[in-house]
Structure formats: C-alpha cells, structure tokens
Design a protein around this ligand. Structure first.
Ligand code: NAI
Length: 699
C-alpha cells in the first residue's frame, strides 16, 4: 500500500512517502509525490519542502515489476519528476535514510539539497542490471565531478553518507531522525536567505583524481566505457543535449546481448537462493559460533569469513607450527587490507579477537557449525566426521569444504547424517564470492536453509549442488582441461589458447593460470596415487613437462618462461618459450599427430562447448537445480566474463543447435571420442529450445 503524507511544520512542508518494503518509485507513487510537490508550491504558508521516505528506505528506485510496461514511461516519469523539481521556486531538501538506491538518489539529484542519516546505504547500481542511468550520468558530474561520477556509476557500489559528503553528493550527514535534522537544516537555510540550488545549473568541476574504483571489468565489456562516455559528455554539453545523448546510448544498450547477460547474471544470483523443496519459511538454526578444522590455505580463509561476519570462530590444527603459520597468515592478510585503507586498526583487532586457535578438537564441541578443511583425503575426512559426531553438540551443523569428495560417505559414519552438508568455498576463501552448498542424500532441509542463509551473512553467493564427483564448478573444468591439452597436441601453443580466451573476456588464460598455481600439483598427485596402487588418469603431456623441472612460475618456467626479478624470484611477465614449442613438437611426433592451425574461434568454441556440454549433463542428472545456477558458479567462482552471462547463457546465445553441430564436427577430430554430447543438450537442440526455456519449465 502506498501512502504520501503531507504535513506543514512552520514554514516547511514535509512530504513523507511510503511504499513498503523498499519504497520503490512505482507510477502511482511518482504521481502522488508530483501532486504533493504541486501542493507545496501552491501553499502560501510553505517556504521550503522536505522529501523523505521511511526510516528503512528513502527509495529502492524503479519498480522492477513495471519495467517494460506502459507504467514505466507514463507521466510523471523520473525524468518528469526531475523537471518538476527544476521548476520549483521553493527549495526542496531530500532527506534520505536506510536504503537509497538507483532512482532513489537520482530523485535526490533533482532536489536542491541532500541530507542522509548516518548508516544510509547509497548506490547507483544500474550497471549491474546492464543499464545506463541517464539522468545520473548528466546530473552527477555537475554535482561531484567526473571522477566521483565514475566511481558511483561505473563502480556501482554502496557509499556511506560520510563518503558521499566528501564527494559533495550529500550536504549534511544527520545523526538521529532525518526529518528532524532536515527541519533544522531548512530553518538555517531559510534564515540564510539561500533558495533553490539546481544541480542542472552547476558547472562540472575539474577532475580531482580522488575517486576510488577498484572494480575490474572483463575485456570486451562495453557498458563501463559507454557510461564513462556519457559522463564525459556532461563536460561539453548542456543538460538537455547531454540527456538526449545519454538517452540514445542507454536505449541502444538495451538491445545488446551484453545488457541481457548482465541483467540475467544479477537475477541469476537471486534465483539461485530459491530451492523448490526448501521454501523460504523453512526453520533455520542460529549460527552464533563456528569452528574450522585445518588452518591451511582454505581453513585460514574460511576462518576470516566468519570473523568478518562477526561470528566467533575457533580454528583447530594438529600441530602448533601449522596453527601459528595459519594465524600469522590471517593477521598478515588483515594488515595488508588495512594498509590499503580498507580496514581500520580497530577493525583488524576486532576481527582477530573473534578468532581463537586450538590444538584440541574438543574445542569444537560448543560450535553451532564446524567446517572441516583438512587435506583432500576421503579416509581422513570420514574419520574426522566420525570424531566430530562424538564431540559436536546436538544440532551442530557438520560441514566439509571438500573440493569434490563424497559427502554421503562422510555422513554415513555419523549418527546424524541429516546435519552433514558440503560447504565448498573457493580460493581465496575470504575473497571469492561463490559458496557451493552440497546437499547430501540425507541432509535436512533445515540444515540446507541454514547454510544457504549463513552464506549470505558471510557475503557469499550460495549455489546448491547435489553430490557428484567434483560438484558443479570443478566437474565442468575436467573436460575443458582435456580439450585444452588435446588442442596443444593438435598444434596450438599455450599462448594461442590463452590469448583466444582472454579475447573472449576470461580474466586469465588456462596455461597462465596453471603456471601461477603450480603445474606440479597434479603431477605429484598422480605419482602418489600410482605409488599407492590407486586409480589415476594419466597425463603424459603435463607429466613430461614437470619431469623437466618446469613447475610453473615458481620455478621460472612452466608453460611459459619468466625472467629472474633480481630479488631471488621471477617476474610475472609470461614469455613464450621455444623450449616448450620444441617439447610440444616432440610430443606430437611421439603421438604421430600432424600439427594443424587451430583458429581462435575453434579454441573458444571447444572450451565453451565442453563447459556447456558438461553443464547439461549436470542438469540432466539433477546435480544443479537450473542452468542459471551453473552460470552463477562460473561467474562468481571462476571469473567468467560477466558480459557473456556464463557458459550456459553463452551456449543459448550461440544457439544449442549450433553447439550440437560444432560438437558433431569436433567428434571427427583427433581424440574426438572425448566428446560425448549430453542427452539433454541433444534434446533441447532438436526441439529448438534453450537452457533458459528449460529453466522456465522448472519454475
Ligand atoms: P592445506 O594443505 O593448505 O591445509 C590443510 C590443513 O589441514 C593443514 O594445515 C593440516 O595441518 C591440517 N590438518 C590435517 N589434518 C588435520 C586434522 N586432523 N585436524 C586439523 N587440521 C588438520 O589444504 P587446503 O588447500 O586448505 O585444502 C583443504 C581442503 O579444502 C581440501 O579438502 C581441499 O580439497 C579443499 N579446497 C581447496 C581449495 C584450494 O584451492 N586449495 C579450494 C576449495 C576447496
């Protein structure tokens, strides 16, 4: 129910609008505010006007439900609201509190003064739905300059009122009730004789270089550049010209695949939280404390995630040395963040104070959740789950961070398989947003709901997977890795493959990435399995390279070579190495393969379709709920380029018929038997359908 309250206090009209839960600016709401502004302008007793939302939200912006409907473009649009504010003869003060997002702060830009209560969350996130915020691109530069406009409109992140005040976006930060504060502000304003102050009349201030924008976009993504172009137009055009220019670009953007991909990716994150048989009202357990087993690479990062969320956490190791090392790395990570100004010393101390180190497994007995992050060894993990079952308090959640081992086997050794779940963080755990939540055959709905909810509290994006070897994200990489190596055997070079994927928009090519993480890891794994008489998949190509001491960047040579950096290490610049070319040539000769030229398009297609094909198998087996969940894992866990929407979305863009035709062609190539098309993919292609259609049938 919307309501717009109009009251006059002394010489000030206070217009308070309410449209729970986040005060979206629906058509009806805009019309009522517009009418209230007319009334205030006509009211002889009124000399200034305050525009306020509710305590929880100034406004969450446009009404998504009205997007693309006639209501979105019906008078008064947000544009008309700004024009109305421009015509006002009495000063209008925006009093923001709670949440002020998108159209919210843009409405504020139409006002003559802007105040925000402490703690208000302000942002212009249109970029995250693949859009250009037309009025923002023209008004913001006039108020805060080009640099801060880029930070706000391209960064798209929340800014605090204090930072917004520093930028000049906010005139005053109010401590306490924002309407009370605005009334005082109005009193001073009227006493000073200052009247309307229209943003449209301001001239764009010179660049000051103070913006903070650490957001990186994939190569080839056009939207950030287009937004910057619109912002820069404000420096040379008047408001009408600038608005027309930005409007034109904004409309063109809506027709692009990039727009659809970005909007899809943002929506997909929200949809991933929906689990058909675990409704939102499923009871959840309170997580007030945590324990993490293992203070290694992952355990340390997971411990930080809990501390960052304010949850006390005990990290448990087997040896003092490993514990000390793990805690020291955590401290070092926090100090590194503090040195960049992103944490205060007090924050670091507060987070460190939430972390307790222990060598005694029993100290996990009081935790609400225990996350196991010890070596990737099923026997060890099963033994640990059995031990945890004996010490954990009733109702505690027992989670494993395994990269792909069988959660059901771990659960089977406990008397409470319903409390066992996978919580697969991605490395570095304190940075990567993805959390694969792995549902075992007996995991209870309550436990699933609790961990999905906890993930959000830890700042993660949860995606539910069922148990299978390597779960969703890692499983899909397996056929891709073999395709890459087969392409090397057929004639491609590591650099050709990396460059093709970089041009597609990937953050890093697979061979640079392999050099960075160390190619000896897999080789050692195969050696130890061989020694122990365990099954393993041979990889002669990689093993041969490792046998030459080419273990990647850390040894100065791997798939590339790296010059010494003069400090005992190696430069990060990857240089193609003729020795690798010679090694590959010899390897091909041994296999009897006549090398051929492989085009950039073929490299990208083989990589992308191997992903989509395995993704389709994951869908048909019911491991992932929907194709968009699979895309979320790649976007948030593997640096898949946002403007490509994810491997499944990309396959839809190519057209599943074309994907199948390409796979049929690849089957005739060297090692073509590796291509086993998914039944679901074949079926959807034959029916002229897409993964998106398939998702829609599961709503
Ligand atoms: P790591 O070798 O860095 O750390 C494992 C730690 O566990 C060591 O510090 C070790 O002392 C400790 N540990 C061994 N037995 C223990 C016990 N009984 N009680 C307490 N601590 C014990 O290994 P990492 O990389 O952190 O991997 C841990 C788990 O996370 C594995 O299951 C792995 O598959 C998974 N994982 C690893 C990722 C990665 O990129 N490294 C990504 C996602 C999951």
């Amino acid at each position: 129910m919307i309501s717009v309250e109009y009251k006059v206090q002394g010489p000030v009209a206070v217009i308070c609008f309410s449209n729970p839960p986040v005060n979206v600016l629906s058509h009806a709401m805009r019309a009522e505010i517009h009418a209230a502004l007319d009334r205030a302008e006509a009211d002889a007793a009124v000399r200034a006007i305050i525009l306020a939302g509710t305590e929880n939200a100034f406004s969450g912006g446009a009404d998504i439900k009205e997007m693309g409907t006639p209501k979105a473009s019906a008078f008064p649009t947000l544009h008309d609201m700004i024009a109305r504010l421009d015509e006002m003869k009495k000063p209008v003060i925006a009093a923001m509190s709670g949440f002020s997002v998108g159209g919210g702060p843009i409405l504020g830009l139409g006002c003559h003064y802007r105040l925000a209560r402490k703690g208000t969350r302000i942002s212009f996130p249109e970029i995250d739905i693949g859009r250009v915020a037309t009025p923002g691109t023209q008004l913001l530069p006039r108020l805060v300059g080009v640099d801060y406009s880029i930070e706000l409109l391209v960064g798209g992140r929340f800014v605090s009122p204090e930072r917004a005040r520093q930028m000049g976006l906010i005139d005053e930060v109010i401590d306490g009730d924002v309407v009370e504060g605005a009334l005082k502000f109005a009193e001073t304003l009227l006493a000073s004789g200052k009247g309307v102050r229209r943003v449209r009349d301001m001239t764009v201030p010179p660049s000051d270089g103070k913006a903070e924008m650490d957001r990186k976009f994939p190569r080839g993504m056009k939207l950030p550049g287009l937004i910057i172009d619109c912002i820069q137009a404000a420096t040379r055009m008047n408001l009408e010209e600038g608005m027309a220019y930005a409007h034109h670009i904004a409309q063109d953007v809506l027709k692009t695949t990039e727009h659809k991909a970005v909007a899809y990716a943002t929506a997909a994150e929200r949809i991933a939280a929906k689990i058909p048989d675990v409704p939102p009202d499923t009871p959840k357990r309170a997580i007030r404390s945590a324990a993490v087993l293992g203070a290694g690479t992952m355990g340390g990062g997971i411990t930080m995630c809990f501390a960052n969320a304010g949850i006390p956490v005990t990290v448990i190791e087997v040896k003092q040395e490993a514990l000390d090392k793990g805690l020291a790395i955590i401290k070092r990570n926090y100090l590194a963040t503090a040195s960049k100004g992103r944490l205060t010393e007090a924050d670091v101390n507060k987070r460190m104070a939430l972390i307790t180190g222990s060598l005694d497994r029993n100290s996990a007995s009081t935790a609400d959740i225990i996350v196991e992050a010890v070596y990737e060894d099923l026997d060890l993990k099963c033994e640990i789950f059995k031990a945890l079952d004996a010490i954990a308090k009733p109702g505690a959640i027992l989670a494993s961070n395994t990269s792909g081992l069988d959660i059901d086997k771990m659960a089977a050794g406990t008397k409470r398989p319903e409390d066992v779940i996978g919580a697969h963080f991605f490395s570095p755990a304190n940075v990567m947003r993805l959390l694969e939540v792995v549902r075992g055959a007996k995991t209870s709905k309550e436990v699933i709901a609790t961990v999905m909810d906890l993930a959000k509290k830890l700042g993660k994006v949860p995606v539910l997977s069922r148990v299978c070897d390597a779960f969703i994200c890692n499983r899909m990489m397996k056929p891709v890795r073999s395709q890459n190596n087969v392409m090397l055997e057929e004639g491609a070079s590591p650099k050709q493959i990396d460059d093709a994927l970089l041009a597609f928009g990937m953050a890093m090519g697979p061979y640079r990435a392999a050099d960075n993480s160390g190619i000896d890891v897999g080789w050692r794994g195969r050696q130890s399995r061989k020694k122990a008489g365990l099954p393993f998949v041979a990889d002669d190509l990689v093993d041969g390279l490792c046998e030459q001491g080419r273990w990647g960047w850390k040894t100065g040579k791997g798939w590339y070579r790296y010059e010494p950096d003069g400090r005992g290490g190696f430069s990060r610049t990857a240089l193609p190495d003729p020795d690798v070319d010679a090694y590959l040539a010899a390897h091909r000769k041994k296999l009897g393969v006549q090398p051929r030229d492989i085009s950039e398009q073929e490299i990208v297609d083989r990589y992308m379709f191997a992903l989509a094909n395995e993704g389709a198998k994951i869908l048909e087996e019911g491991i992932a709920i929907r194709a968009s969940d699979i895309d979320v894992t790649y976007l948030t866990g593997r640096g898949f380029p946002l403007h490509r929407g994810g491997p499944m979305f990309n396959a839809d863009v190519v057209g599943l018929k074309n994907v199948v035709a390409a796979i049929e062609r690849f089957k005739t190539y060297y090692q073509g038997e590796l291509w086993q098309p998914s039944k679901l993919l074949l079926q959807l292609a034959a029916e002229g359908r897409s993964f998106k259609d398939y998702d829609a049938t599961k709503k």
